[in-house]
Design a protein around this ligand. Sequence first.
Ligand code: SIN
Length: 499
Amino acid sequence: MAPTLLSKLKDKSLFIEQCFVDGQWTPARSGKTFNVENPAINEVLGTCPECSKEDTETAIAAAAQAFESFRTTTARSRARLLRKWYNLMVENAEDLSLLITLENGKVLGEARGEVAYAASFLEWFSEEAPRTYGDTIPATNPGNQIVTIKEPVGVCALVTPWNFPAAMITRKVGAALAAGCTVVIKSPAETPFTANALAELAHRAGIPKGVINVITTDKNIVEVGHTLTSSPLVRKVSFTGSTNIGKLLMRQCAEITLKKISLELGGNAPFIVFDDADINAAVQGALISKFRSSGQTCVCANRIFVQDAVYDRFAEKLAAHVRDKFAVGDSLISSEVTHGPLIHDRAVAKVHEHVTDAVAKGARILAGGQKVPELGPNYFQPTVLAAMTCDMKLATEETFGPVAGLFRFKTEQEVVRLANNTDMGLAAYIFTKDNQKAWRTAKGLEVGMVGLNTGLISDAAAPFGGIKSSGLGREGSKYGIDEYLTVKMITIGGLDTPV
Ligand code: SIN
C-alpha cells in the first residue's frame, strides 16, 4: 500500500488487496495480481487478485449455497442487516471517501457526497425489504382464488463501473439483499478497493458468509464475464457500463441459460434551456449536471441546447464560472481543487478528440480546451465550446468528460427533434418557467429520466434507468427491488364447495 494512503486511513484494515469469497478474504487461485493506480499521480496504490473462471465458479457456488438459507430469512431480518451495514458506512464515511478519491480521482468533497449517496441506497432498501407485497386476484373460474407472492430471483451477478465505486454497488446489492438474493460482484479493475471496503463492512454488519462475494479481475475480464453470464446457478445479471458491453452481456445471458437482466448503459443527455428560463438557475444546473465527477457520469449533460435569445448570455455566464471558479488538480494536495483527473489517459484522449473535432468543424473555445500535462497524463481542463453543430462527434457520442458543448436552437419542436436524435435515452434536463412547455417537452423526450429546473436527479427514492440503447430496468426507488424478485402466482381451487 502507498504510504500516503496508509497514513490517512483511520481504519487501515479497510484497505484490502484480496477478493471476498464465502466470507473469507482470499487471493486468486493462480496467485496472480494486477496493479491499481491512483489516477491523480499515476502511482500504484496496491494490487488485487487476477481472478479466473475457477475463482468465479467458486464465488458463484458460495452464493448458491448461501441462497438456500438466505432466501428463507424474514424480510425484517434482512432490513436490520442492511440498516447495520448502512450505519457502518456512515461511521466509516471518511475512510470510504478517501479510498474513492485515491482510486477514482474525484475530489474529496464529491467522494463524500458519493458515500452519502451510496449509503442512502442501503437505508432505502432496508425500508423496502418488508414491503414486497403480493396481490389477491378474483379468478375467472368459479371456486378459484388467485394470489401472487414475490420470491427472490436467486444468485445475482453484479458488474459495476469505476465512476461511482461505492454507489453503483450499494444500489444493486441493497436491492438484491432486500429481496433475499445472494450476489457475486465483479468490481471494476480501476476501483476495487472501495468495493472491498464495502464488503468488509457488510461482513462486520453480520451479513452471512456467501451472501456477498466480490471478485476482482483486470485481464481476465472476458473469461470472468462469460462465467457469470453462462452459469446456470446465476439467475440474474445487473450491469452498469457501456452500451456495447451491455449488449454483449445480454447476448451471453441468452446463449446457454436465460437470465433476468438489468442494464444501465450509456447516455447522451440533452440539457435544454428555453429563453424564459431563470438563467442563473440554468447555469448552476448545467455546472452540476455537466461537471459532476468531471463529466464522468452517465447522466451528465452531453449536448446543451440553448434558445437563441438567451444563448450568448448563458454561454458567457457558464464560461466565466468555469474559467474563474474551477481549479483542476489533486484534491488530496490542495483543498482549492474543484475537479480531479479523469480515470485514465484513454479518457483524456477521447475528450481531446471531441474538442479537436469540434474546433475543426467550427466550434469556439470559451473556456479550457486543453490537456494539463504539467499535472499528469490524466488531466483535462473543464471546457466550454460554443457554436456546436450536429455533425460533430460530441453530438452523437457520449464524451464522458468535462466538455460543455453549446448548441443554439430556435423553437420547441426543433429542440425536441434534436434532443431525440440519438440512440441513447437515459436522462434529459429542461429549464423553463412555463409549466405547460415543461410538461410537453418532458413528455416529448425519449428518455427514462427528466430533470425539470434542476441539474441533479440522483436520489435513492427516484427510479434510475433509461430507454432505447441506454438500457433496461430501474434501480433505486420502490421499483428497484422488483428487478431482484419474481412473481409467483398460486391459484387455489375448489373454494365454492357447498357446505
Ligand atoms: C452513473 O453514472 O451510472 C450513475 C449516476 C448517478 O447515479 O447519479
